[in-house]
Design a protein around this ligand. Structure first.
Ligand code: G3H
Ligand code: 13P
Ligand code: ZN
Length: 316
């Protein structure tokens, strides 16, 4: 069942965070739905602009529509990740997405508010909810490499003005994380103190943590032992999710860790079985491993085991 992120956040705020997972293809979709059902968790499917253009946006949307039928117990939101104005409007008009992100965080405050407000008005007219971003994460984001020097934390003093001015339904905050496998380079660290100051200005308002992959050392080791060359990787400590939840984080974005699962499975598969060439063989291993990975993340986020209470909350 497709719901809005707003409905999911109403149940989650202060209690747990909902996992928001980026997907690009059929195998990820299967693992995602299985893993969330295995762990009895509500979840958010995130589709980036890159994912929409990887094949054709209708292919990915079709896979999600089919998964909704194949896994009728599932409760999830369909969310555009890091949309620009055109992508957000396209998703609002498509009628398929229940939630969109407008990321105008590279713009000055007033312009970010203006663009976000326009998207909010169009989205709310159709019952779609909007995530916006204030502050800027470092790392790779939608093909744009945000230089470390341009990344900046969310200014708590601007948070209330931004939310009131834009009318957004949730706020992505920059609190020291960055996108990709190389977080916390230089002097970066997770800034729970900044998060606490934002929550003070916006009590009860859902906050979103991007760049939340943990980039597990064991996963990187296995990839490198199977021929990979990942070096100097660093992610968010999974145990910090439990510290962020009481400070208002209700959505946690995870993409990179899923890519690492894919890379490890395929590198190990072809290293160990060089005679194989049926794509379904590693595909089956990946779907099972991705499902396990999702269930593990949901345990850490506290969303595991919440599916039935969310269903009851949504019942008329
Ligand atoms: O924040 C970015 C997400 O990890 C999506 O990445 O734009 O390469 O699909 P992508
Ligand atoms: P990671 O690169 O840490 O997985 O972050 C994903 C993200 O923020 C998607 O919007
Ligand atoms: Zn992001």
């Amino acid at each position: 069942m497709i719901v809005t992120t707003k409905e999911l956040f109403a149940a989650a705020y202060g209690n747990y965070a909902v996992g928001a997972y980026n997907i690009n293809n059929l195998e990820q979709a299967m693992g995602l739905f299985r893993g969330n059902l295995d762990s009895r968790a509500p979840f958010i499917i995130q589709i980036s602009k890159g994912a929409r253009s990887y094949t054709d946006k209708r292919m990915l949307e079709g896979i999600i529509r089919a998964a909704d039928e194949v896994f009728p117990e599932s409760i999830f939101a369909v969310h555009l990740d890091h949309g620009d104005y055109e992508a957000a409007m396209d998703c609002i008009e498509s009628g398929f997405y229940s939630s969109v992100m407008i990321d105008a965080s590279a713009e000055p405050l007033a312009e970010n508010i203006r663009i976000t407000r326009e998207i909010v008005e169009a989205a709310h007219a159709k019952g779609i909810v909007v995530e916006a971003e204030l502050g800027q994460l470092g790392g790779v984001e939608e093909h744009v490499q945000v230089e470390e020097k341009n990344a900046h934390l969310t200014d708590p003093a601007e948070a209330l003005e931004f939310v009131e001015g834009s009318g957004c339904d949730s706020l992505a905050v920059a609190i020291g994380t960055s996108h990709g496998a190389y977080k916390f380079s230089g002097d970066q660290a997770l800034r729970l103190d900044v998060l606490a100051q934002i929550q003070e200005r916006l009590p009860g308002f859902p906050l979103v943590m991007h760049g939340s992959s943990s980039v597990p050392a064991e996963e990187v080791k296995r990839i490198n032992e199977a021929g990979g060359t990942l070096g100097g990787t660093k992610g968010v400590d999974e145990d910090d999710f439990a510290k962020a939840v009481p400070l208002g984080v209700t959505k946690v974005n995870i993409d990179t860790d899923g890519r690492l699962v894919w890379t490890r499975v395929h590198r190990e598969f072809f290293r160990d079985k060089p005679e194989k060439f049926d794509l379904r063989d590693p595909g089956k291993v990946f779907m099972a491993e991705y499902a396990k990975f999702i269930a593990h993340k949901n345990e850490k986020l506290g969303s595991a085991g919440r599916l039935d209470e969310v269903r009851e909350m949504l019942a008329p």
